[in-house]
Design a protein around this ligand. Structure first.
Ligand code: PNS
Length: 160
């Protein structure tokens, strides 16, 4: 039996905290599908194609068991399309927990065949977020501890 998990998110852009969850999730499951949400009601900094490409550039070394795809709609439907029984989410701090718990319960109500697995983001990335990385890059600060070099370049080009 192949154990497949999806890791949905905005990834606008991917950070070292996300990558930490991806690497550890990839070790737990046979297949990990990273789902980049295309939300028609939001205008992201990077298009979904750009977000997918930025992630693909970072996860190539993990091999064919890690896929990256843009998706629209419900996470549980994305999981079903990939026959995934698990949704992975990272928890950086207790402040993440309330919203994540609500999402996990919601997804479970929407589909009883999907379980959420939380991974605690490694301590050194506990403060990292896409939003902060964008703010720091926009103000000319150093984001090298928060995002991989390719993403830092993309941020400095895009966020001015
Ligand atoms: O990176 P984010 O913004 O914290 O990710 C949030 C995400 C994409 C996981 C969440 O908004 C989501 O699952 N959106 C898809 C729509 C959906 O399934 N909503 C109901 C579950 S809360």
């Amino acid at each position: 039996m192949t154990r497949t998990a999806v890791f949905p998110g905005s990834f606008d852009p991917i950070t070292n905290a996300h990558l930490d969850v991806i690497r550890r999730g990839a070790a737990l499951f046979d297949q990990l599908v990273i789902g980049v949400l295309t939300n028609p009601r939001k205008t992201p900094t990077f298009s979904s194609a750009e977000r997918v490409a930025l992630i693909q550039a970072e996860v190539g070394d993990l091999g064919p068991s890690v896929l990256v795809e843009a998706f629209e709609g419900l996470t549980v439907d994305f999981a079903a399309r990939h026959q995934a029984g698990f949704v992975i989410r990272g928890l950086r701090a207790i402040s993440d927990f309330e919203a994540e718990l609500q999402m996990a319960h919601t997804n479970r109500r929407l589909s009883s065949s999907v379980d959420t697995v939380f991974l605690m983001t490694s301590l050194e990335y506990g403060y990292v977020s896409s939003t902060l990385a964008k703010e720091i890059a926009a103000l000319g600060g150093d984001v090298s501890a928060m995002v991989p070099p390719g993403v830092a370049d993309a941020l400095h080009t895009r966020v001015v």
